[in-house]
Design a protein around this ligand. Structure first.
Ligand SMILES: NC(=O)c1ccc[n+]([C@@H]2O[C@H](COP(=O)([O-])OP(=O)(O)OC[C@H]3O[C@@H](n4cnc5c(N)ncnc54)[C@H](O)[C@@H]3O)[C@@H](O)[C@H]2O)c1
Length: 333
């Protein structure tokens, strides 16, 4: 018998996979029901691993399917939601924005409404928590100076970040209109094992190993703030259990890097781990046309979560990047 039953959405994706691995270790008393549509972004290997875990129930399905969600709440007596599922790649959102509106906006609305209905009917609306995972991209783009805080006005620029901002506003509406016990986290760029091949770090590793040009958008000087994925998972765990209802927490490790720096660092790690005779991987760097509407800089001020929930990042970028590259090399064997 489990003490808690949490519905985790998107648990076969990059962060969801890492979260389930982490959470089942630190909270063995909880059963996680992982609802994932298994889109192209899902990790089928991690899905198969979850099938073998005694406290995980992987369920293939769509967060927009209200009937299925209602059934899951009842069948597993769900007393919490941790919502990761999303379309998450900015380039795809530029090509097909409606897919992002459907999953990220409609899907979040369906989950909120199903949770409200079930928790009200079972008299635990005030105590059951809904945690929504969002991104720093909702705040728009920074210049050379400044940081995003929880009170920075939303100014999303891509269809992806606009759809995430819309989902955050829906959560806010459920807090203010119905008194839902919900929290939101807005995190910076994550890196680590299990990230989909389309994203920057896995792309650079793959291109290097194939000795193909490494595509770098524009000048390569756009800045992102990088966080080791397990540090994000710990932050979500803390907010879910100790965060104040109705609050937003920004999560980031003060680790700003230009895209060119990221490429350079990955190349250096690979030069050591899998040397390329008479060459350095950095020689493969090649500049391609910039992404449409490419935001210049994101940077998080994590003071609130550090001061109020005693969270702090555990892993330095160099250490995390080395582990990440090693993980991809192992997974190719
Ligand atoms: N990756 C980052 O750097 C980052 C940073 C901040 C916030 N986030 C947020 O964290 C969450 C997870 O990001 P990620 O990088 O792990 O994404 P991902 O794309 O790797 O995984 C998303 C998962 O959601 C599933 N999914 C997609 N549509 C679905 C649907 N309609 N119903 C059910 N499942 C569906 C996919 O199959 C996949 O397993 C997202 O909400 C994202 O906005 C990501």
């Amino acid at each position: 018998m489990f003490e808690h039953n949490i519905l985790v959405t998107g648990g076969a994706g990059f962060i969801g996979t890492n979260f389930i691995e982490y959470y089942t270790k630190v909270h063995p008393e909880t059963r996680l029901v992982d609802l994932d549509a298994l889109t192209y972004a899902a990790n089928l290997k991690s899905w198969e691993m979850q099938k073998m875990m005694p406290n995980v129930v992987p369920v293939k399905g769509d967060i927009c399917n209200r009937e299925l969600i209602d059934w899951l709440f009842e069948a597993f007596d769900i007393d919490g939601v941790i919502h990761f599922a999303a379309e998450s790649h900015v380039d795809n959102s530029i090509k097909d924005p409606l897919r992002f509106v459907r999953t990220n906006v409609d899907g979040t609305a369906v989950l909120l409404e199903a949770a409200k209905t079930y928790w009200q009917a079972t008299n635990r609306f005030e105590t059951s928590r809904f945690h929504h995972i969002s991104t720093d991209e909702v705040y728009g783009s920074l210049g050379e100076e400044g940081y995003f805080t929880e009170t920075t006005p939303y100014a999303p620029n891509s269809p992806y970040s606009s759809s995430k901002a819309s989902s955050d506003l829906l959560v806010r509406a459920y807090v203010h209109t119905y008194g839902m016990n919900a929290t939101i986290s807005n995190c910076s760029n994550n890196y680590g094992p299990w990230q989909n091949a389309e994203k920057l770090i896995p792309t650079v590793i793959r291109k290097c190993l194939a000795h193909e040009p490494i595509p770098v958008y524009g000048t390569g000087l756009n800045i992102r703030d990088w966080l080791w994925v397990e540090d994000h998972c710990r932050a979500v765990d803390l907010i879910y259990h100790k965060g104040k209802a109705g609050e937003t927490y920004n999560v980031g490790g003060h680790n700003e890097k230009t895209n060119l720096e990221i490429v350079g660092k990955i190349c250096e790690v690979l030069d050591k781990l899998v040397p390329w005779t008479d060459h350095k991987y950095g020689e493969l760097t090649s500049f391609v046309a910039d992404r449409l509407g490419h935001d210049f800089r994101y940077a998080i001020d994590p003071t609130k979560i550090i001061c109020q929930l005693a969270w702090k990042p555990s892993t330095t970028f160099d250490e995390g990047l080395r582990k990440t590259v090693q993980w991809y090399l192992n997974s190719l064997q």
